[in-house]
Design a protein around this ligand. Structure first.
Ligand code: GRF
Length: 212
């Protein structure tokens, strides 16, 4: 199945770029229908324009409530035929308004090995804690902060002399591989969300069909 993607961004958009490059290279069966930023003037918007993808700024500061902001976002997503949402450095927590409409179809990349270090500056938190292994996580989004079911993770070593910035870049390199890969698994229909009943929901990745 081709994923009809909307990508939500707030910043430099290097993960957006990785997604666009993977689509171009035939490694990701998706169409990027629209890129939507809550911050004006960010590099991610420029990247979308360069790639010929529609891009829109919806500045959350211009809306009186989260609800009003998300209503506007939702109407743009619908208008552009978006079926799956990729949060690529999007720095807003989503409310049930968007999450209900896109239930089970919102995917985020987070720069830590969740459940360690949710929230902002995950790489700085990991660096400050002196962990020896760091990494990134692609997960389904639920109503919490970086708390949804984990789809895929990649780990990187933390070297003794690393600055927080060096660690951030090492993790980012892996994000650019992991995010398109996890989206491709979804496109291949291999990602199964298993509701946990009284336990946490979990994700299983089905093995690749040898005949495919
Ligand atoms: C990435 O580290 C992502 O994991 C986090 O925000 C950063 C966004 O970077 N959520 P970019 O905008 O994709 O370059």
């Amino acid at each position: 199945m081709t994923l009809e993607l909307g990508v939500l961004v707030s910043g430099s958009g290097s993960n957006l770029q990785a997604i666009l490059d993977a689509i171009d290279a035939g490694r990701l069966d998706a169409r990027c229908r629209v890129v939507l930023s809550n911050r004006p003037g960010v590099l991610a918007l420029e990247r979308a324009r360069t790639a010929g993808v529609p891009s829109i700024t919806i500045d959350h500061k211009q809306f009186p409530t989260r609800q009003a902001f998300e209503e506007r976002v939702l109407s743009e997503l619908r208008a552009h035929g978006v079926e799956w949402l990729a949060l690529a450095g999007f720095m807003r927590v989503l409310s049930p308004l968007l999450l209900d409409e896109y239930r089970g179809r919102v995917v985020n990349i987070h720069p830590s090995l969740l459940p360690a270090f949710p929230g902002v500056d995950a790489q700085g938190q990991a660096h400050a804690h002196g962990v020896k292994l760091a990494g990134c996580t692609v997960h389904f989004v639920d109503s919490g902060v970086d708390s949804g079911p984990i789809i895929a993770q990649a780990a990187v070593p933390v070297l003794p002399a690393d600055s927080a910035e060096e660690l951030r870049l090492r993790i980012l390199e892996q994000e650019h591989v992991l995010f398109p890969q996890a989206l491709q698994w979804i496109a291949e229909g291999r990602v199964r969300l298993i509701e946990g009943g009284d336990r946490r929901a979990r994700v299983l990745i089905d093995p690749r069909d040898p005949d495919a």
